[in-house]
Ligand binder design. Structure first.
Ligand code: GLN
Length: 187
């Protein structure tokens, strides 16, 4: 198995470290040529979604990325990565890739709470969750499986080959979510 990690901006190194820890082959994607390489799965890291969108467009990667995901490439978006995947953004007019049937609110936690760490359930397992200027999922389509709810807000969900978390599993000392994603790819 080989997983591509989008490495234009944000917390991509930490995702690579998790995959390395699990013994999963992986490579960074920095341009269109990298993006076209064979992979069994893709990670879109956290960071700043507007900056990522700008880079994806300027590097002529956006259309290819959207097409690969729409063709069924298993994709895991964390935080800004989840924002990129969302079909709708509740607090801005235009969404980005529009591939996952979720409505996401950017920077959804107020200033005081803009970054915090908690422990809560992912798929019925308690794990650490690191939120950094995080979004949450306001609503989700019928075929979206809700995997985590924290303070009444959806913060992790799956739709077929797509997985999204509002928090950063790559910044916590825990491999549960990366293992879950690898399990998705194997099926
Ligand atoms: N606030 C960022 C955005 O809107 C996401 C934050 C993150 O990825 N940690 O893109």
């Amino acid at each position: 198995m080989n997983i591509g990690v989008m490495a234009l901006q944000g917390a991509f190194i930490e995702h690579k470290e998790k995959l390395d820890a699990l013994g999963i082959d992986n490579f960074y994607i920095r341009n269109l040529e990298d993006l076209k390489k064979h992979k069994d799965g893709l990670i879109l890291p956290g960071g700043e979604s507007t900056a990522m969108y700008k880079l994806l467009t300027e590097l002529h990667m956006f259309d290819e990325l959207k097409q690969q995901i729409e063709s069924g490439l298993p994709t895991f978006g964390t935080c800004a990565g989840l924002i990129l995947l969302a079909k709708t953004l509740t607090n801005q007019e235009h969404a980005f890739l529009k591939v996952m049937d979720v409505a996401v609110t950017r920077n959804a936690y107020g200033r005081q709470l803009s970054s915090f760490i908690t422990h809560d359930l992912f798929n019925n397992k308690k794990i650490p969750m690191v939120f950094i200027r995080a979004p949450y999922i306001e609503s989700a389509g019928d075929d979206v499986e809700i995997l985590s709810v924290v303070n009444d807000k959806i913060v992790a969900a799956r739709q077929n080959h797509l997985l999204g978390t509002a928090f950063h599993p790559e910044l916590a000392d825990n491999l549960t979510i990366h293992k879950y994603f690898i399990g998705m790819i194997k099926k």
